[in-house]
Design a protein around this ligand. Sequence first.
Ligand code: FA5
Length: 338
Amino acid sequence: MNEIREKILNELKEKVNEVKNIQEFQVLKSKFLGKKGEISNLMKQISKVEKEKRKEFGAFVNNIKKEAEELLNEAFENLKSKIKEEEEKKNWVDITLPGARRKIGYEHILKQTIREVYEIFSNIGYKIVEGPEIETTWHNFDALNTPEWHPARDMQDTFYIKDNIILRTHTSPVQVRTMLTHEPPLAIISPGRVYRKDEPDATHSPAFNQIEGLYIDKNVTVGHLKATLEKFLTMYFGGSRKVLLRPSYFPFVEPGYEVDVDCMFCGGKGCNVCKGTGWIEILGAGLVHPNVLKNVGYDPEIWQGFAFGTGVERIAMLKHGIADMREFYRNDMRFLGL
Ligand code: FA5
């Protein structure tokens, strides 16, 4: 009889170790304890055993059943904790690892450039002011000494909304708006978007940004203008920049200049960027025309001033070595550095 017991229990012990999941466990359990299982078969034989030995045999079979149940219960508990352990291992998170960083956007180079220029000028007492992009022709042209018949108007006479309403073609009308609402002396810079009927190419865009500067005080000379621009360009491009004033014409200044800065790429020796001249054209400037001062109610016998205007894209391209202006507006993530 003991042989039967050992055979059954040894087989169960062996099989129970091979069980990998709940399904396999259920199959094994019914093989031993199920209705047609080995132990049930033994139970069915109890009634066939002689009366005197029946009790002993019954107890024997019940013991086997009890042991088998204990073995299976223990195996089931082990299996459950093994499954739980594996599950935990699979889902384990190392909370000490640094988290996935969220990509933070960068300030666009044009905004960055405007901020840098503003920081430079705010250190020498300039205030930032803004004007509307939709402007009257009077503020954009007439008040700036550019009446309707003036040939200089043709170059910028572009996006009309109504007869006397346009998209501003430069930031210079902010000079007019500021002088109309403020008493002199004053020192302002004004960044903003402007519009012209220019074909887009590597150095032109129909919508671009300018920064206007205006300084009004008594006894202002070209010397003040030159020193201010030298300071600005040195601070913006670094090094020690020289400035060249070339006589030029803008109706709202007299005298007027195209302003060049010594080439920051070759130090003025001549290279591809400065086309061998050693100088790079950077902005338009001049002393505010007496007619403009009169138009805003300032007495030109008392007040003088200088003004300048530069293209934000242009100075940003030079500083960051950007060859094509269109990069600023394409929103290519590689360009934006995101
Ligand atoms: C003016 O707009 C004058 N208002 C500047 C000024 C202000 C002169 C105060 C005197 C006193 P200009 O048209 O040259 O000037 O334009 C100034 C700058 O804007 C240029 O040097 C250039 O950098 C930039 N610019 C002009 N047209 C475009 C364009 N289509 N795309 C991008 N930048 C341009």
